[in-house]
Design a protein around this ligand. Structure first.
Ligand code: FCB
Length: 502
């Protein structure tokens, strides 16, 4: 894949036509291959994704309260270079320009998140009209551009005051979330059809409360398990609150970053290591939400830490409120082996001190290994096979649940050259490979309805600050100038032709 595959945005429609004509001229075999191997069905949803704290900036505009990410990023040592989301990509003040970019890309859908502290600055009480108005303006601009909004209610920016009261380990936070979900649903339900309660509750629980590399930066393994449970409960309560106010039909969903877990060998010990990671990485959410139960092996694995008595009667039934689709975020697979003995790894932040693990109940029995192969700028392996594995697993385990890839993408060290172009052939290759994997899974029966690139534009990449660029659109953070990268042009072509170039 080279940048020669990319073409000017304005030529997207022309290119799609040329593509069809080329098919007609080629022999039957090539044409059939192109049509069956690389085309996606009509109505497939092509999108791009962002999240409030990562792009909006305007951290105290219009009455917005502080979130745990404001507090965490302002404390020294938590985020690379001391970066914060105070300004980010200044999207709060650039909605028309950013919606115009989406329109140029030709996406059918845009996934964004609502910042809870813009709606309820302390996480409770009456809604701030100015906060709701911002999202109403965004949604109206999207609809005007013919783009379907997909609204996520929680992408990690808990109102700080709720953390002061105990955060996700505290049960009441789930009740507050349901109230907030009802407020936003009532305000925007007349124009937003697709809703997602949570983005990646695994990260919120285990990076936020166990390893502490994300806000609020706590390193308390039991608190992380409690957080995971209350996030499941909040998903269920929030789903009910949304359904109570949304007109029919509306779609309510959840997005999980499921781990494509691979044991290093077929040995019993490595298989057991993989089982442990699957329990605390995947089934801790899948089992409550889709089956109304806790994974028994997880309860056993964590028996030395907690008796799970924070799970009350009725909680699991509440968590199991049916969803209309499941969102999957995928970046790379997870390679695991049994740990020969308890061996906490060295800490990159404090040499000599064991880094707290997010894998509660699995450590110290498990070693996470670097998977082989090429890497992105995040040092994440490029391996589209993991996406295929996840999608076909879900086909088998959750029949009847439609799937959307709500995030997939890659960071590379992009820069604008003197001509103002951003050449990112590695990202094009990454996206091409992963879309091909989605296509293969669909051909094998996975019910995938759409695909969203992470991300529309470069943004605040959590603990990495602005050092990692995931966008289809380059952002110069000094000037806020946006430049569509080659990958953005390439993606526009994919959308226009409804499939991958051969
Ligand atoms: C996911 C997050 C998203 C972004 C990507 C790279 O875990 O949901 O906000 O940071 O990773």
């Amino acid at each position: 894949m080279t940048t020669a595959d990319a073409f000017a945005l304005g030529d997207a429609a022309t290119d799609a036509r040329t593509d069809t004509q080329t098919d007609a001229r080629t022999d039957v075999r090539t044409s059939a291959q192109t049509d069956t191997a690389l085309r996606f069905p009509a109505g497939f949803r092509w999108g791009a994704a962002t999240a409030a704290y990562q792009i909006e900036g305007a951290a105290s505009a219009d009455g917005r309260g502080p979130s745990i990410w404001d507090t965490f990023s302002r404390a020294p040592g938590n985020v690379l270079n001391g970066d914060t989301g105070d300004i980010a990509a200044d999207h709060y003040h650039r909605v028309p320009e950013d919606v115009a970019l989406l329109k140029r890309l030709g996406v059918s859908d845009y996934r964004f998140s609502v910042a809870w502290p813009r709606i309820q600055p302390t996480g409770r009480g009456p809604a701030l009209q100015r906060g709701l108005d911002f999202y109403r303006r965004l949604v109206d601009a999207l609809l005007e551009a013919g783009i379907r909004p997909v609204a996520t209610l929680y992408h990690w920016d808990l109102p700080q005051q709720l953390e002061v009261l105990g955060g996700w380990p505290r049960r009441e936070t789930a009740e507050r979330f349901a109230e907030y979900a009802g407020i936003v649903g009532a305000a925007l339900g007349d124009r937003v059809h697709d809703w997602t309660t949570f983005n990646e509750p695994w990260c919120a629980a285990f990076l936020g409360y166990a390893s502490g590399v994300h806000a609020p930066g706590r390193t308390e393994p039991v608190a992380a398990l409690r957080a995971a449970h209350h996030l499941n409960l909040a998903h269920g309560l929030g789903t009910a609150a949304l359904r109570a106010v949304l007109p029919h039909p509306a779609a309510v969903s959840l997005t999980l970053n499921l781990h494509a877990v691979r044991p290093l060998t077929g040995s019993a010990a490595d298989l057991d290591a993989a089982r442990r990671i699957d329990a605390v990485g995947n089934r801790i959410f899948l089992d409550p939400v889709f089956h109304g139960r806790l994974p028994e092996d997880l309860v056993r694995d964590t028996a030395g830490l907690t008796d799970w008595s924070f799970v009350r009667d009725g909680d699991l039934a509440a968590a199991a409120a049916p969803v209309d689709w499941l969102g999957i975020n995928y970046y790379s697979p997870t390679l695991v082996a049994a740990a020969p003995a308890a061996e906490p790894g060295p800490s990159p932040r404090s040499p000599g001190v064991a880094e707290p693990s997010p894998w509660v109940g699995a450590q110290p029995y498990v070693r996470l290994l670097p998977a082989p192969g090429p890497r992105t700028a995040m040092d994440w392996p490029v391996d589209a096979g993991g996406l295929y594995e996840l999608l076909t697993r879900l086909r088998d385990e959750l029949p009847g649940v439609p799937l959307l890839i709500t995030e997939n993408g890659a960071a590379y060290a992009d820069y604008a050259d003197p001509e103002g172009a951003v050449h990112d052939p590695d990202r094009i290759a990454y996206l091409h490979g992963h879309l091909a994997a989605v296509h293969a899974a669909m051909a094998d029966g996975a019910d995938v309805r759409g695909y969203f690139v992470w991300s529309l534009m470069d943004n605040f990449e959590w603990a990495h600050g602005y050092s990692k660029r995931f966008g289809l659109v380059h952002v110069d953070f000094a000037t806020q100038r946006r430049t569509v990268k080659d990958s953005g042009r390439w993606y526009a072509g994919v959308i226009a032709r409804g499939g991958l170039p051969a």
